[in-house]
Design a protein around this ligand. Sequence first.
Ligand SMILES: Nc1ncnc2c1ncn2[C@@H]1O[C@H](COP(=O)(O)OP(=O)(O)OP(=O)(O)O)[C@@H](O)[C@H]1O
Ligand SMILES: [Mg+2]
Length: 316
Amino acid sequence: MIQLDRLTRRFGSFLAVDRVSFGVGKGEIVGLLGPNGAGKTTTMRMLTTYLTPTSGRARLAGFDVLDDPLEVRRSVGYLPENVPLYGEMRVREFLRFRARLKDVPRLKLRRSIGEVVARCRLEEVENRIIGQLSRGFRQRVGLAEAMVHDPPILILDEPTAGLDPLQILEVRDLIRELGDRHTILLSTHILPEVEAVCGRVIIIARGRIALDERQEDLRRDTAIVVEARGPAEAIRAALQTVPGVERVTLAGQDGDHAGFQVHTRGERDLREAVGLKLSANGWPLRRLDLRRSSLEERFVQAVTQDTLADAHREAG
Ligand SMILES: Nc1ncnc2c1ncn2[C@@H]1O[C@H](COP(=O)(O)OP(=O)(O)OP(=O)(O)O)[C@@H](O)[C@H]1O
Ligand SMILES: [Mg+2]
């Protein structure tokens, strides 16, 4: 449904989005994460035709953002970062106005508006002036506006930003429901939100993709916390050779004791193999714990790794 191919955007000499490629299949709910300034909004604005790519391509529902911008807009509902609502209009009146602009046929207007009012739970405010609504309700009006033409794709830029915890839960439930009928790309800074609603996570850092993984695969990643006595670098190198180990990082050192994080892939519990490797070398073991790695850890990892890679490249 959504296909990006080396999508790139420069502002002057600054690369805001750097050759980003990924695809989103029909019915997927994908969370786009990344630190402030990573390029999430810029990417979404290109996907919704509000910003022209410097290079690369993007297709939505089969339409190219450059060749068929009108068809793209017809296929996509967009909730921008700063919802530009018409403050002096009443909710229903506004939705009608927007629906007309989006070419919803006159005969279908009443039903389309009734539907989004119900789905976004706007019944109690439908005749109120938008400018006088609380932020949470205005956000829901923005969502209703995004989907009033019943597009197959929804692109939501921080849909729960600024909402209270209860409203966050409500909007989250709503998004999950919407997933039945729409393909959704959403950005957020709230990691539990991603865990709750997204089947897949894409992390972008400094304009580049740093991680693209399905939630169930993320959950399978484990880390083993190891503390042992012996030469840190030799221990690290030895652990790295245990089959199934992806990466070993030195977590800390205290005299001749060292702590490591052993990152593994797959279902297997490698604690025994790690323990055996240490005892075979005569390094006394102090601690051996299994931990599921959290999305938060992966986020920090992905973002800092990217920064390290950059520093490396700039240095070399
Ligand atoms: N119109 C513009 N002109 C110049 N620079 C811009 C413009 N729009 C965005 N940028 C820059 O591009 C980078 C990416 O911005 P973007 O808004 O996409 O980040 P973001 O990931 O959405 O961040 P946030 O989490 O804060 O919303 C930032 O450094 C930003 O300053
Ligand atoms: Mg943004």
